[in-house]
Design a protein around this ligand. Structure first.
Ligand code: SF4
Ligand code: SF4
Length: 285
């Protein structure tokens, strides 16, 4: 179960398909969090995957993590790292450690120029500082710290294995930073990234690139096949890309509260042209 608990974020990245930022106000109420926890337990979900925006900035975030810890085999938080340097959120590094949270963090590249170009001035240095702090409490060793790479533009990522080796070498040599895995994500042509492609008249050529790179072997592993995604206001989607374009699940029960008293039935995944981002090359996320 993946929860997008709000659109509020301290950053405003140009590739953000959620279109999150400091100006956004939407967040999940405690009531909806409780419905998610109830449904999670009742239907025997295994992994709670908490994302945003910046999930740390959402009221009752710590409550959600602590309650999830009691019922989930694994609790994942997707963090942008820099938020953990702010006074109000510094303590969360210890909190993550105490709750054995698996951390996924986006680091667009191992160089300052590219990362700051995508996420904003100063983000790279802040991210490096937080990665060191996470290492110092055991992340990248006993606790899982996974990095996420996405291309700086309208092209497919290089091989995941190659990039993982490069990141490992560069971050270790320069900063002594360790991590567990690196995942590559293909930019999805929706949200802020889709709009920038459209404005530059690159949307068609990027779509064609994705279409031509279709790889049938990726289909078995698409994340929509074994997860549900819940929006801040409790609606269910097959994945957060579908949520970003408001493409709800194929069902007459589309809200998390509907499943407090009903079972999930087999359904057809809601697909669109944006799905070619998940099936291109070696696949995505
Ligand atoms: S990509 Fe992540 S860190 Fe960047 S604005 Fe979107 S939610 Fe925030
Ligand atoms: S293939 Fe489509 S529905 Fe499945 S995860 Fe990708 S965008 Fe979502």
């Amino acid at each position: 179960m993946q929860l997008n608990i709000g659109k509020i974020c301290n950053l405003c990245c140009k590739h953000c398909h959620v279109q999150a930022g400091p100006h956004r106000k939407e967040y999940m109420s405690k009531e909806i969090m409780d419905d998610c926890l109830f449904v999670f337990k009742k239907h025997n979900f295994k992994t709670m995957d908490i994302t945003g925006g910046a999930p740390e900035m959402i009221p009752n975030f710590e409550y959600l993590v602590a309650q999830s810890r009691k019922i989930a085999k694994e609790v994942i938080v997707r963090t942008n790292l820099c938020i953990l340097l702010q006074e109000k959120y510094r303590h969360l590094i210890e909190f993550y450690k105490d709750n054995k949270v698996t951390i996924f963090c986006s680091l667009p590249f191992y160089t300052k120029e590219t990362t700051d170009g995508i996420r904003g001035e100063g983000v790279y240095d802040s991210s490096i500082e937080v990665l060191k702090k996470l290492n110092s409490v055991g992340y990248g060793k006993d606790l899982t710290l996974n990095l996420v790479y996405n291309p700086d533009g309208a092209f497919l990522p290089d091989s995941q294995k190659y990039l993982e080796n490069e990141y490992r070498k560069k971050l270790s040599e320069k900063y002594g930073i360790v991590f567990n895995n690196l995942f590559t994500i293909t930019n999805n042509p929706i949200g802020r990234f889709g709009m920038s492609l459209y404005k530059k008249d690159h949307l068609k050529s990027y779509m064609l690139k994705l279409f031509n790179a279709y790889n049938e072997d990726t289909v078995e592993f698409l994340m929509c096949r074994n997860e549900i995604n819940v929006s801040y206001d409790g609606y269910i989607f097959d994945c957060d890309f579908n949520q970003a374009i408001d493409l709800k699940i194929n069902s007459n029960k589309i809200h998390i509260s509907d499943y407090k008293n009903h079972n999930f039935s087999k359904r057809k995944i809601a697909l669109g042209n944006h799905c070619y981002a998940c099936t291109a090359g070696a696949g995505s996320s």
